[in-house]
Design a protein around this ligand. Structure first.
Ligand code: PGA
Length: 249
């Protein structure tokens, strides 16, 4: 049995004060919930406040991105060691918004993934097709390419902590969710790519999350699919009540 991971991607929302307010409300509502793992990914500047708030709780925190070098003249970037120093255990890599607006490529995803694993962080690598690719029947090719390139020169042993989020870009922030069946199909393909690239043993163990307009209303149908091992939640994770409803689907 793969323990599900329910992750909150806050994107560019919330100040430190708003982060404290979120956890004041959220922590008591999910206290003792151990059926699933819970992780919250606030903006970098909120990490100290978040780390303090979740101390001693069942909630992990992580960064929304990282850079692959250990340190150096890389203005604006954050290293794996910096995330660890703030108490992060997780990191999101290759989110479609980073690919779309900030020049993230399959190759930089690969570099970031290797750096995160090396540092002992649990990486959530995001993959997913845009609408034109889906409509042109290219979904499988895109997912295959994103996986193959992300796993370049990586071994199953090193990748033990890897988590992958399937996030069809046309479903992110649009209110359009992939049907549980469609998500399951994509997850099946991703799992077989993990098997080919990183070995069958890892493919059986690895958690594949679904992301894209996950809401309290659709969480149960998605989370009870056998192939879906959790969720990466954007908009609906900003409100402690709606995120709690998703966690407790
Ligand atoms: P959404 O975002 O839940 O707002 O669609 C998901 C994500 O981008 O991770």
């Amino acid at each position: 049995m793969r323990k599900k991971l329910i992750a909150a991607n806050w994107k560019m929302y919330k100040t430190p004060d708003q982060t404290s307010a979120f956890f004041r409300e959220f922590l008591p509502m999910v206290a003792g919930h151990d059926r699933d793992e819970i992780a919250v990914f606030p903006p970098f500047i909120d990490l100290p406040v978040a780390a303090e708030a979740v101390k001693g709780s069942n909630i992990a925190i992580g960064g929304q991105d990282l850079y692959w070098e250990k340190e150096g003249a890389f203005t604006g970037e954050i290293s794996p060691a910096m995330l660890l120093a703030l108490g992060c255990t997780h990191v999101i890599i290759g989110h479609s918004e980073r690919r779309q607006y900030f020049g993230e490529t399959d190759d930089t995803v690969n570099l970031k993934l290797k750096a995160a694993l090396e540092a002992g962080l649990t990486p959530i690598v995001c993959v997913g097709e845009v609408l034109e690719e889906r409509e042109a029947g290219l979904t499988d090719d895109v997912l295959r390419r994103q996986c193959v390139r992300a796993f370049h020169k990586l071994s199953g042993k090193k990748a033990a902590k890897l988590v992958i989020a399937y996030e069809p870009v046309w479903a992110i922030g649009t209110g359009r969710t992939a049907t549980p069946q469609l998500a399951s199909e994509a997850h099946g393909l991703i799992r077989s790519e993990v098997g080919k690239g990183l070995g069958e043993e890892l493919a059986r163990k690895i958690r594949l999350l679904y992301g894209g307009s996950v809401k309290p209303e659709n969480a149960k149908a998605l989370m009870t699919e056998e192939e879906i091992d959790g969720a990466l939640v954007g908009g609906a994770s900003l409100d402690p009540k709606s995120f709690t409803e998703i966690v407790k689907y």
